[in-house]
Design a protein around this ligand. Structure first.
Ligand code: ADP
Ligand code: MG
Ligand code: ZN
Length: 628
């Protein structure tokens, strides 16, 4: 999302501007002004005695001066006495400490003075109290003000640290502005294949274009559509394409963006989102990776924040008027983990399945991405067939890798070999140019690979060999045999699967038969063969013993598809025996094939050692005896 960083900055700036009452931006200035005013008031209200030079003297001197009739007037404060005398026609102000003298008043009354009436003018100054208003301001408002300012600054800085989405101590709304993209260039033309998905979504586009047509009949469109499929199949892409086609604002958020640090924040964000969407209707809300908030609410260890967010989402989806033209799209690759309430009619009732592309789909995706690079005539068929099981994202990556390779080779455009090489790079890692294998190791690798290829070639129901190479790859593969199916298979028979296992054991069998040894090189083969054999027994009902009994369930069909056993421990142990039986049979079959074709093995292997990479055609010619 290109807009994220910049827009968020902008938002923070706006917030600062909103800070109230501060003359020209700085929030501390108001506070300083306040203090200054208080000081000025103090200066006006408190008595101003200190206008003249005051001479400090002791109480004895004061009494002496009173008794000798020099004192003109006296001002008595709570703990201080000020008095003036006439000395050389000049008034001098003295001050002295108050000595708690009970006879002071009597003394002053009786004493003589240079005043006209020969009386000392004296009075007690009541210590002046601050006005109640000022006291109130000083005691209550000012500290409050100071705390408020500190709190504002603190919460603001915490907010900034938590990112723009975060919010602290201000409940009610999430404060986060959700930006709608308005001119999206992505269209359905950018999404290759996925015709069924496009068909479903086109209806939504049409609805957003002219809702009246639907309202006339009284039809309401589904409020939400859930895009489901393995990663990289174009779910995010097609959601953008819907917005691009419908030419409406597009609110895109990821499910994880709702999950906040504090309980209630995510729900507030959902509320905000729907409020803003309602204002912009018709528009599309897209929640990517919705499983982050939409997980089933059944775990003992509940997550309050997530559940509240989900509840809010459910409420909002119920609450808004479908005819207004707000369509909610969501994407996930774990649909089975979603809360059932999300999937019921009236919410995400329409499910759009995005599958891994088939052969035609792969060709189409390659074509879409090849449009973006300069290329010569490309044999799409061969590339598409070599990439069975690849997702759209992987195909996009393959095209880009091919373009990079073309640049590396100093060419102006992408060729078919570029694509073929990049297929291998993506699937098996880059070529390791400087890995030097010893002659014996190289020989062993060659026989291992030819073993796979020969076993494959000697069986029916087995995909033809496309390429054999013993150039090491960065993934750790020292060599590999690539088989490419000529067509597309939707069903695999028991024989197909068994033959696959036989082919996988072919490499190790070659080591055993030709060298009388075994190496670590077969580890990957073993893993794959075991997986296949296990699936045959536990999931595909291909063992006599367990017939059609399901012994394993698949958990995340779209994410690797890990399985968990659904049977007793006894059965589990017995399954292992069944699996072993299948593998042993396959291994024996492979060894038999290689033993009977040792001459072929030698010929093909020496050819491979010399060339390092041979094509399927060359290999088949050796097998057919026309090449040696
Ligand atoms: P998902 O959200 O399903 O994980 P994306 O939509 O993010 O996958 O796809 C990632 C990239 O893969 C896209 O940007 C696009 O380049 C490419 N891609 C995936 N599927 C397709 C498709 N059907 N047609 C064209 N490109 C695709
Ligand atoms: Mg995605
Ligand atoms: Zn192998």
């Amino acid at each position: 999302m290109i807009f994220a960083a910049e827009k968020r900055c902008e938002m923070n700036v706006k917030k600062t501007e909103r800070t109230p009452k501060a003359p020209k931006g700085n929030p501390y200035m108001g506070f300083l002004w306040g203090i200054l005013i208080v000081l000025l008031l103090n200066g006006l209200i408190f008595p101003k005695i200190a206008e003249q030079q005051i001479v400090e003297t002791d109480y004895g001197t004061f009494i002496e001066k009173v008794d000798s009739g020099q004192v003109k007037d006296v001002a008595i404060e709570s703990n201080r006495i000020y008095f003036t005398t006439e000395e050389n026609d000049k008034t001098v102000v003295y001050q002295t400490g108050e000595a708690n003298d009970p006879r002071l008043v009597e003394r002053l009354l009786n004493a003589d003075s240079p005043n006209e009436n020969h009386k000392i003018a004296f009075n007690q100054i009541v210590p002046r109290e601050n006005s109640p208003l000022l006291n109130f301001i000083l005691m209550w408002i000012l500290p409050g003000l100071i705390f408020y300012i500190i709190w504002r600054q603190a919460s603001k800085s915490i907010q900034a640290r938590m990112g723009a989405g975060g919010n602290f101590l201000s409940f009610g709304n999430s404060g986060a502005k959700i930006y709608a993209e308005s001119d999206i260039k992505t269209t359905f033309a950018d999404v290759a294949g996925q015709d069924e998905a496009k068909e479903t979504l086109k209806e939504i586009v049409d609805f957003l274009h002219n809702p009246g047509k639907y309202a006339e009949i009284g039809a309401t469109l589904p409020k939400g559509a859930l895009l489901v499929g393995p990663p990289g199949t174009g779910k995010t892409l097609i959601a953008r394409a819907v917005a691009g086609e419908a030419k409406v604002p597009f609110f895109a958020l990821s499910g994880s963006e709702f999950v906040q640090m504090f309980v209630g924040m995510g729900a507030a964000k959902v509320r905000d989102l729907f409020k803003q969407a309602n204002e912009k209707a018709p528009c599309i809300i897209f929640i990517d990776e919705i499983d982050a908030i939409g997980k089933r609410r059944d775990t003992a260890m509940g997550n309050d924040e997530r559940e509240q967010t989900l509840n809010q989402l459910l409420t909002e989806m119920d609450g808004f008027d479908g005819r207004k033209g707000v369509v909610i799209l969501a994407a996930t690759n774990r649909p089975e983990s979603l809360d059932k309430a999300l999937l019921r009619p009236g919410r995400f009732d329409r499910r759009v399945q995005m599958e891994l592309p088939d052969l035609e789909g792969r060709k189409a995706i390659l074509a879409v991405h090849l449009k973006k690079v300069k290329h010569e005539a490309i044999d799409m068929d061969i590339v598409a067939r070599a990439t069975a099981g690849s997702s759209g994202a992987e195909l996009a990556n393959i095209v880009n890798e091919a373009a990079l390779r073309a640049v590396r080779m100093g060419r102006q455009s992408v060729t078919t070999p570029d694509l073929e090489e990049s297929v291998e790079t993506v699937l098996a890692g880059a070529q390791k140019k400087n890995a030097v294998l010893s002659a014996t190791e190289k020989k062993l690798v060659a026989y291992h690979e030819i073993g796979h290829a020969l076993v494959a070639a000697m069986q029916t129901h087995s995909a033809p060999v496309h390429k054999i190479t013993i150039i090491p790859r960065t993934s750790g593969a020292l060599g590999y045999t690539m088989q490419v199916d000529s067509g597309e298979h939707f069903l695999l028979s028991k024989d197909d699967l068994f033959n696959r296992i036989v082919t996988l054991t072919g490499g190790r069998s070659a080591e055993e038969v030709m060298f009388g040894t075994v190496t670590t090189g077969a580890s990957n083969d073993i893993e794959q063969a075991t997986k296949l054999a296990r699936a045959m027994v536990t999931r595909y009902g291909m063992s006599d013993k367990y017939d059609m009994m399901g012994l394993e369930t698949v958990n995340n069909a779209y994410l690797g598809g890990d399985t968990s056993l659904a049977c007793s421990a006894d059965t589990a142990a017995d399954i292992d025996k069944e699996v072993l039986l299948v593998i042993k049979q396959a291994h024996q079959k492979a060894k038999d094939i290689i033993s009977t074709h040792q001459g072929l093995m030698h010929r093909a292997a020496s050819f491979l050692i010399e060339k390092e990479t041979i094509t399927g055609d060359e290999f088949m010619k050796i097998v057919g005896g026309t090449l040696s």
